[in-house]
Design a protein around this ligand. Structure first.
Ligand SMILES: NC(=O)c1ccc[n+]([C@@H]2O[C@H](COP(=O)([O-])OP(=O)(O)OC[C@H]3O[C@@H](n4cnc5c(N)ncnc54)[C@H](OP(=O)(O)O)[C@@H]3O)[C@@H](O)[C@H]2O)c1
Length: 395
């Protein structure tokens, strides 16, 4: 039976890779529903190539524009976040690729979880901000959560019994989770040099081709900070159980070190179609058109400790985890505002971590008893971060 896929964030980098994997396996998967924010041109292309049954855009105007360029096609067009939640929860959908960028992905991802589907989780911000609720809902509704972030996908593959459901038992034998990071484009820059970098330089990742927000996060190591929190929620561990390892080649996607001295690593060329294909076909393996790994050509794999002084976001993420409750939502919100301001040229690169730190420090922490708490914490932190961007009082 063909699996119906819903792609939230279909026009983005992960969305594009997902469509590519589907195109390679048309006998197995079909694009049932797609959602994006405002990229009309790309969505029109997707409609013509894949003819989904349902399309949701972020705004009425974007929706109308797509609709007008797809006249005569049998597609239902709607707009808004509620409509995205509806397509994610549609009973005809078998798998949901959660690849909206940022906190905006939380509600539709949760809607999908509540229908007990297979969730391919790329949108790390939804798990970071609402982790406890998110994992409770996964458990309660029997959803199958497959991590798409290459590092978490690697860890998942290196915890074989974990993938079969014996979570606690497996973790008992684990010494450390080794979370790899490329170090980003500024790995070797001094703080002084980093103070002058441009958004274009920050978005030029040495190994991965990604959306602009995650590219900046990779450059500031906030991406690794978010991934640290993501790993804690996914694998029932704490930051002290995780060692971040800088590995510039991005060939080892992460590792698990066991108490008997074994270290399991998952390797491959840096191409998101590998974890996407893994998630979509799990527990089987399918082709993804990814070039086979040529270890002789690579010849050398390097590993270093991260520099927490030049990249303070990494420690901030661990602080937020240990602070608990809404602290992670506050940190994430501050970072989304700060990255956006950096991309618009309103602040410098180093100001991102400064804003994150100040907002985290000044945020009241609430126990996450419901989604309303997460949304409130997000709102307050966004305002605080916007004030800092505007008045630059952190300088
Ligand atoms: N790219 C990677 O290699 C990678 C790896 C691991 C994890 N991830 C995670 O995957 C997610 C997507 O990353 P990406 O690199 O694919 O980002 P991207 O290229 O910037 O794409 C983001 C997607 O989300 C949509 N979107 C943005 N804001 C939205 C909103 N308010 N409502 C609805 N849709 C919205 C965009 O639509 P428009 O195009 O219409 O704006 C686009 O389809 C992020 O959470 C990222 O951390 C990415």
């Amino acid at each position: 039976m063909k699996q119906n896929i819903c792609i939230l964030g279909a026009t983005g980098s992960i969305g594009t890779s997902t469509l590519d994997v589907i195109r390679q396996h048309e006998e197995r998967f079909s694009v049932f529903a797609v959602a994006a924010h405002s990229n009309v041109e790309r969505m029109v292309q997707i409609c013509h190539q894949f003819q989904p049954a349902r399309v949701v855009m972020g705004t009425e105007s974007a929706c109308e524009q797509v609709k007008n360029q797809c006249l005569g096609m049998d597609i239902e067009f709607t707009y808004g976040i509620e409509a995205m939640s509806n397509i994610a929860a549609d009973p005809q959908v078998d798998q949901v690729m959660a690849a909206i960028m940022g906190f905006a992905g939380l509600a539709p991802t949760l809607a999908a979880i509540r229908t007990g589907k297979r969730i391919l989780l790329a949108n790390k911000e939804s798990l970071v901000t609402a982790g406890s609720l998110f994992m409770q809902e996964v458990e309660k509704h029997g959803a199958v959560l497959l991590p798409i972030d290459s590092e978490h996908n690697a860890i998942y593959q290196c915890l074989p019994q974990f993938t079969e459901g014996a979570r606690g038992e497996m973790l008992h034998h684990v010494e450390k989770v080794l979370l790899t990071a490329s170090g980003g484009p500024f790995r070797e820059l001094s703080k002084r040099e980093m103070s002058h970098v441009t958004p274009e330089q920050a978005c030029k990742h040495p190994n991965w081709s990604m959306g602009r927000k995650i590219s900046v996060d990779s450059a500031s190591l906030m991406n690794k900070g978010l991934e640290l929190i993501e790993a804690c929620w996914l694998f029932d561990v704490e930051p002290k159980d995780i060692e971040v390892v800088i590995h510039p080649q991005s060939i080892v996607h992460s590792m698990v070190s066991y108490k008997d001295g074994s270290v399991l690593a998952q390797m491959g060329n840096p191409d998101m179609r590998t974890p996407i294909a893994y998630g979509m076909a799990w527990p089987e393996r399918i082709t993804a058109d990814v070039a086979p790994l040529d270890l002789m050509a690579i010849a050398q794999l390097d590993f270093f400790a991260p520099d927490y002084e030049r990249f303070p976001n990494l420690s901030l993420a661990a602080d937020a985890w240990y602070a608990g409750g809404s602290a992670m939502a506050s940190l994430n919100a501050a970072n989304e505002i700060a990255v956006d301001a950096f991309l618009k040229g309103q602040i410098g690169f180093l100001d991102i971590a400064e804003i994150n730190s100040q907002v985290l420090e000044q945020s009241e922490i609430y126990s996450v008893t419901g989604l309303d708490v997460v949304f409130e914490a997000d709102k307050i932190a966004r305002k605080a971060a916007n004030d800092l961007v505007k008045h630059k009082v952190y300088l």
